[in-house]
Design a protein around this ligand. Structure first.
Ligand code: ATP
Length: 811
């Protein structure tokens, strides 16, 4: 039975339709309401039914879970162990960021007392922080680059000496095992750090940064520990010769730097510098993180505009004009700092020729002919197809990993095996492919002779005996005739497989470089074909086709368009190829999208993150707030007893609670409970800070709010204690808390007849966390959160597109 507000046990509001929390899911509830002991099979179908908006029917489409446990609440399933790799679930462990500023009495008072100068000072600090973000991100990039450069040069020169000696003495097994050791040891260190110390540092971090910019808090993603493991991890992965690059992780590193600096404290190291306190809130932090990600892109590719566009493309949901300019400034600072340091490192101080970590080098021939455009279109299609294949195989592999390679030691072992296999593949290619080129025609640093004649070197050896970035450059700039068709084709096939296997390993790694390298390989093959057919044409240059192939392959995998085009234009330093690059990337995306999603989105779905796409799902205009929202809503009154708050926070995991007026006794008719009039919204974190600092009084009479200060909330941000960590005596349970000065008195609301696209746009445009649904009389009838919207997804099923409802998995 619903509990009446203000009764001794609880003042939580429960609406009359308690027991059927969602209209759209009524069918499920009636099916299982009294069925606490439902068997695994039937619970599985509970969780996997989909609603077809075209036919208006429900259908069960997925396989059963391993083991499903349900809580008392009939609507939520508490799945202790579901079949890993299930892409039809949203995980409740991902909370949202609050982009909407809480304009409570405390904030208004602060603004009034500090005046306009305070606003100006804050703005000035934002620029200062951006400078710091740019400089520190660039310093990290330089540190990674120089370490990799130095250690790799020792690695490859040692290997070259060994190979050159052993080819004469017949002891090639020695350099082979030496190569394996050079790969395995760094990868072992890197994967150990990732598996045992900070698992979120695995991969490039771009999917996680994308989620953060979209408004989802990914746990531990912007911590200093993550940054340290990421930096060490990516350095070791590249030194270990894996099919990875260091560029992707730079985006993540920039994001962590931004999140750290803008807060003026590190919670991990328990150090508070007592600066920038006003930026300790989700809104400001997220803005800085977009700047950090952009600075990371700028440092990685020497692409400040590409950096801004990356942040815009991936996090465009909440954006403002002044942010664009500030982020661009931070990106420029980052590129400039990196350029100064790397130019000095490479012995050309002051020349500023090293704008980014990834240097594509100068293209001599960038002109293109009209008749090449169909070739670029075709290459875009090939890139799209290969990208879709990459994503498909990688998805299957990732699901396999989630189900079978989930123990830490197993993850480390797999990384080691891949490292050893990479060395074996490289060595076998050098050994068995006899592709000799005369010395002097290639800028390679460690030419090995192998079985080639005097004055010649192995072209395959040149590709393998350098970092993947250097190999990409070689394929772009090697003069025509530098490579044999068969050797490049074999290299492409093997490296393609290796890069699929490597992405998703428990190591920090970027995907850009392996994708560019495989693309450059098949692009060069296309270039050789063009050379063959148009041998007289001046515009034929295999390097140019290698670039287009690289773009197509990368675009087919990651499916970024605007930012990637600009990044590649900036990285080549040439605008002439802008159109071919754009056409190629566009076609690659369209073709790839026909088959599956981009690699980042695929991994985000596997993680169960409630990401809001750019647009509301199609076919959703006839879904109304009443179907999307949750009801009954757990609410509070303006004045609540400490005990009630503790009980609610302990029993419910929600992060936001509408504050309502107690209904008049006349509002109760025929035993029915009326809804409360909406007054504001309070967050769990705010309630916890109130209780932690004992900001309550003995009686419910008077309250001067003197003790309550914004400082408490800022100091506790972002790692608020849990309700279990707050100690309240039995006596204090009867004291009263006044929520009025703390709550957001005017949060966004929507009427119960609002359509889903309207609610969706509010969420995306304003970066909301909670949207309270009210009726015509401003009474709270429901609540919508990001997960309620993200759970609607358009999916292809048996050739038809339909709107699917995902299940929210309990934390
Ligand atoms: P977030 O996790 O995004 O920070 P939250 O923890 O408040 O927000 P969710 O985890 O998204 O909320 O909510 C899970 C489900 O609980 C959603 O279906 C949502 O509508 C519902 N819900 C959220 N808050 C309340 C509330 N106060 N009363 C009843 N249901 C709620």
């Amino acid at each position: 039975d619903p509990l009446l507000p203000g009764t001794a046990s609880s003042s939580m509001y429960l609406s009359p339709n308690h027991g059927s929390r969602r209209t759209s899911r009524q069918e499920y509830d009636t099916e299982y309401d009294d069925d606490e002991g439902a068997d695994i099979e039937s619970q599985a179908s509970y969780s996997t039914k989909i609603f077809n908006r075209l036919t208006g029917s429900y259908e069960s489409v997925m396989g059963p879970f391993n083991k499903v446990l349900r809580q008392n609440d009939p609507d939520r399933i508490n799945v202790k162990k579901v079949q890993a790799g299930n892409m039809h679930l949203l995980s409740a462990k991902y909370e949202s960021l609050d982009y909407d500023v809480c304009e409570n009495t405390l904030l208004i008072d602060e603004e009034r007392t500090k005046g306009f100068r305070f606003i100006q000072r804050k703005d000035l600090y934002r620029w200062v922080i951006m400078i710091f973000i740019g400089v520190i991100t660039a310093l990290i990039a330089c540190a990674i680059d120089i370490t990799i450069e130095e250690i790799s040069s020792i690695k490859y020169s040692t290997l070259k000496t060994e190979v050159d000696e052993c080819i004469l003495q017949g002891c090639l097994i020695v350099p082979f095992f030496l190569w394996i050791a050079w790969n395995v040891v760094p990868v072992l260190i890197g994967s150990f750090l990732v598996a045992y110390i900070e698992p979120v540092a695995a991969g490039s971090g771009i999917p996680q940064v994308k989620c953060y910019l979209n408004g989802v808090k990914v746990p531990r993603i912007v911590r200093i520990k993550t940054l340290i493991v990421k930096v060490l991890g990516v350095t070791t992965s590249v030194i270990g010769g894996l099919a990875v690059g260091k560029e992707g992780p730079m985006i993540h590193s920039g994001a962590v730097v931004a999140a750290g600096i803008s807060q003026g404290k590190t919670t991990s190291l328990r150090k508070d510098f007592n600066t920038f306190k006003y930026f300790r809130e989700d809104h400001e932090k997220r803005d800085f993180v977009s700047g950090g990600a952009a600075a990371g892109v700028a440092a990685a590719f020497g692409a400040p505009v590409g950096g801004v566009l990356f942040s815009l493309e991936e996090g465009a949901s909440f954006w403002n004009q002044s942010l664009t300019w500030r982020i661009f400034f931070g990106s420029m600072i980052s590129t400039f700092t990196l350029n100064v340091i790397l130019s000095a490192y490479h012995g050309r101080p002051g020349e500023l020729t090293y704008a980014g970590l990834l240097n594509f080098g100068k293209f001599d021939n960038t002109s293109y002919d009209f008749i090449e455009i169909p070739v670029f279109l075709l290459m875009g299609m090939i890139g799209g197809l290969l990208g879709a294949l990459f994503n498909h195989i990688n998805l299957k592999l990732t699901i396999f990993r989630m189900r079978h390679i989930y123990r830490k030691w197993a993850k480390v072992l797999e990384a080691i095996i891949v490292a050893a296999c990479t060395a074996t593949v490289g060595f076998s290619m050098i050994l068995f492919i006899n592709d000799c080129k005369p010395l002097g025609e290639d800028p390679t640093r460690y030419p090995i002779q192998m079985y080639c004649g005097d004055g010649q070197y192995s072209a395959i050896g040149a590709i393998w005996f350098q970092t993947p970035e250097a190999s990409v450059r070689s394929l772009f700039h090697d003069p025509p005739g530098s490579h044999r068709l068969t050797s490049i084709l074999i290299f492409f096939c093997l490296y393609f497989c290796l890069s699929i296997w490597t992405y998703g390993l428990s190591v920090s790694s970027g995907l850009f470089i392996p994708a560019l390298l495989t693309g450059a390989a098949w692009g060069r093959v296309v270039g050789m074909g063009m050379e063959h057919f148009f041998s007289e044409a001046s515009w034929v240059d295999p390097g140019k086709y290698a670039l287009i192939g690289a773009a197509a392959q990368l675009g087919g995998i990651v499916r970024m368009t605007l930012s990637l085009t600009v990044i590649l234009i900036e990285a080549t330093g040439n605008l002439t190829l802008g159109l071919p690059l754009m056409i190629t990337l566009m076609v690659a995306k369209w073709v790839g999208d026909y088959f599956n999603e981009g690699i980042y989105d695929t991994h985000i779905q596997l993680m169960g993150v409630p990401l809001l796409p750019w647009e509301p799902p199609p076919l959703s205009h006839n879904i109304y707030a009443t179907e999307v929202m949750s009801c009954p809503v757990v609410t509070f009154h303006m004045k609540e007893t400490v005990g009630t708050i503790i009980d609610v926070l302990t029993s419910e995991s929600y992060n936001g609670f509408p504050v309502v007026d107690p209904p008049n006794p006349s509002d109760y008719e025929d035993g029915q409970v009326n809804f409360g009039t909406f007054r504001g919204l309070i967050l769990r974190s705010q309630l916890i800070v109130l209780l932690q600092h004992k900001l309550f009084i003995e009686t419910s009479e008077s309250w001067d709010h003197k003790g309550v200060a914004l400082k408490y909330f800022r100091d506790a941000y972002p790692r608020y204690p849990t309700i279990q960590q707050v100690h309240i005596s039995d006596e204090e349970r009867h004291f009263t808390v006044d929520l009025q000065p703390i709550m957001n008195p005017a949060p966004y609301t929507a009427l119960n007849n609002a359509s889903m696209p309207r609610i969706f746009r509010l969420f995306r445009g304003l970066g909301l966390r909670h949207l309270v649904i009210v009726n015509d009389n401003n009474k709270v009838v429901g609540i919508v959160t990001r997960k309620d919207l993200a759970r609607y997804r358009l999916e292809k099923h048996m050739g038809k597109m339909r709107l699917e409802e995902l299940t929210i998995l309990d934390r």
